[in-house]
Design a protein around this ligand. Structure first.
Ligand code: GRF
Length: 204
């Protein structure tokens, strides 16, 4: 399975996924790294791993057709958003139905939507007095954080946590959850029935 990762930041999820491909945990290969900012740390990670990068230029109307062409030329099967801070245009969603994943650092449907990104999410979880948070992998539709949920991983919120403490704990959970979900896609173990998604256990 050929994977394109879209990112805008430091790229720790990019790294976890690329490492899982290299180690054979995911039977797949990261063939393209699409980046929305020229100063994103993920670029150095992709360079170190010899994975081609594309830095988006101009408006969505300008970059969408160019990226679509590159995805097709690289025969990409699955698009993985990992801290990607732009909306995915309909042209891409239509071309990869059920094949675009995002990870969100909370237990959706709570603490999602416009403005709920980065530390804002963890601050809101702590302010709400939640005893649990986590990460959610979902399919991408035309809105923020509303697509069908594929899998979640839970972590506790501890008594004296601040947003940074919680962010570290959730990010660690993401680095396990995201490769596991991508592996399930690569092994054809994901069952979609409308908006209900289940994952079969790994085959022995
Ligand atoms: C993660 O917390 C992810 O949930 C969110 O953006 C962050 C990306 O972190 N969508 P990184 O760039 O993968 O380190």
């Amino acid at each position: 399975m050929k994977i394109a990762i879209f990112a805008s930041g430091g790229g720790s999820n990019f790294q976890a996924i690329a490492d899982a491909c290299e180690s054979g945990h995911i039977p797949g290969q990261v063939v393209l790294c699409v980046v929305s900012r020229a100063d994103a740390g993920v670029i150095q990670r992709a360079e170190r791993m010899g994975i081609p990068q594309v830095v988006l230029q101009g408006s969505t109307a300008e970059w969408a057709p160019a990226v679509l062409k590159q995805l097709e030329e690289a025969s990409v099967d699955l698009i993985v958003l990992a801290g990607f801070m732009k909306m995915i245009p309909m042209a891409l969603i239509g071309r990869f139905p059920g094949r675009i994943l995002n990870i969100h650092p909370a237990l959706l449907p709570n603490f999602g939507g416009k403005g709920m990104y980065g530390m804002h999410v963890h601050e809101a979880v702590i302010a709400a007095g939640e005893s649990e948070s986590g990460a959610t992998v979902h399919l991408v539709d035309q809105d923020y954080d509303t697509g069908p949920i594929v899998a979640q991983s839970r972590v506790p919120v501890l008594a004296n946590d601040n947003a940074e403490d919680l962010a570290v704990r959730v990010l660690k959970a993401e680095h396990v959850l995201y490769p596991d979900v991508i592996r399930a896609f690569a092994e054809n173990r994901v069952r979609v029935s409308g908006t209900h998604i289940t994952i079969d256990p790994p085959r022995p």
